[in-house]
Design a binder for this molecule. Structure first.
Ligand code: UTP
Length: 288
């Protein structure tokens, strides 16, 4: 069984739902309390064993690179002021054995195209994809849970969740059959109308895929919303390889959407070790 060492983070979307906040910086840099979304995603991937992180960036690539790079001036200043705890936060963003690679997606042609941009970096290895705007609060992390399924079955694995039946038009929807303890995908459809959806199991932003998916992404016609859809390539991959739908345990926040983002901010604020208690009191005062 090939180990999964590489994880792709597509961060080149337009983020139109968060304009103007996303005019000059990607939505994956929006903070949840004191950490940007992309850092939660990276921590989840590193905890799952990934050591090579591939970021597919768009026009605002600098701030993601800067976030994971060394910040000499800031570190010198914090050391000078003896702010050692803050210095640790800044220096411990990535473990030393982890490397980062940044690849530019020339224009936002869709998630499938963003993943295709990682082809040279991934080569022939099986790999993970994490969408940072799907923030998942889970212990162990959602990707670690999926790795267990991958190492046990040797199959592609898609993270899925039971979604509101009226919202099928916002997800890739899977049809499954159960074999022993796992749910195998028979069919996947991108953004179906609720009347055409084969189930209410929606794919959320976690994937473990075989590199064969790149062959299907190449020359894929534009699909739903005029974009090159990862789901369409996965549907083709499904004709050759087995795929498990894994309903991870944990809570997902759709941080690509304002309401989901606010919900995550409140949930993470309430459990924050420094401000959680005071935040709870503040919220109580505000809503009473
Ligand atoms: P979304 O579907 O949320 O699109 O992308 P978006 O452009 O980021 O946001 P809105 O809808 O305009 O508000 C899902 C994920 O795929 C990445 C995004 O950065 C996000 O992580 N993505 C999307 C790309 O990297 N490139 C693309 O061309 C499209």
């Amino acid at each position: 069984m090939q180990p999964i060492r590489k994880c792709v983070f597509p961060v080149a979307g337009m983020g139109t739902r968060f304009l103007p906040a996303t005019k000059a910086s990607p939505k994956e840099m929006l903070p949840i309390v004191d950490k940007p979304l992309i850092q939660y995603a990276v921590e989840e991937a590193v905890a799952a064993g990934c050591t090579e992180l591939v970021f597919i960036t768009g026009r605002n690539k600098r701030c993601i690179e800067d976030h994971f790079d060394k910040a000499y001036e800031l570190e010198t200043e914090l050391a000078y002021r003896n702010q050692n705890k803050l210095l640790d936060f800044v220096q411990d963003i990535l473990p030393p054995n982890v490397t980062c690679l940044y690849i530019r997606q020339p224009s936002a042609l869709g998630l499938g195209h963003a993943v295709l941009c990682s082809r040279a970096a991934i080569g022939k290895e099986n790999f993970a994809v994490v969408l940072a705007d799907d923030l998942i609060d889970a212990q162990p992390g959602a990707l670690s849970q999926m790795m267990e399924v991958y190492y046990r079955t040797g199959c592609n694995v898609l993270g899925v969740e039971n979604i509101d039946p009226q919202e099928t038009g916002a997800y890739g929807i899977v049809e499954i059959t159960r074999e022993d303890t796992d749910d195998y995908i028979q069919n996947i459809i991108e953004k179906p109308h609720p009347d055409d959806a084969p189930s209410h199991l929606g794919v959320v932003g976690r994937y473990i895929l075989s590199a064969r998916v790149f062959d299907f992404l190449t020359n894929l016609p534009r699909g739903a919303e005029g974009e090159i859809q990862l789901t369409d390539a996965i549907a083709r991959l499904l004709t050759e390889q087995k795929m498990v739908a894994y309903a991870f345990s944990g809570t997902r926040y759709d941080c690509g959407d304002k309401l989901g983002y606010l919900e995550a901010t409140v949930a993470y604020g309430l459990k924050h070790p420094l401000v959680g208690e005071d935040f709870r009191k503040l919220l109580q005062q505000m809503v009473c």
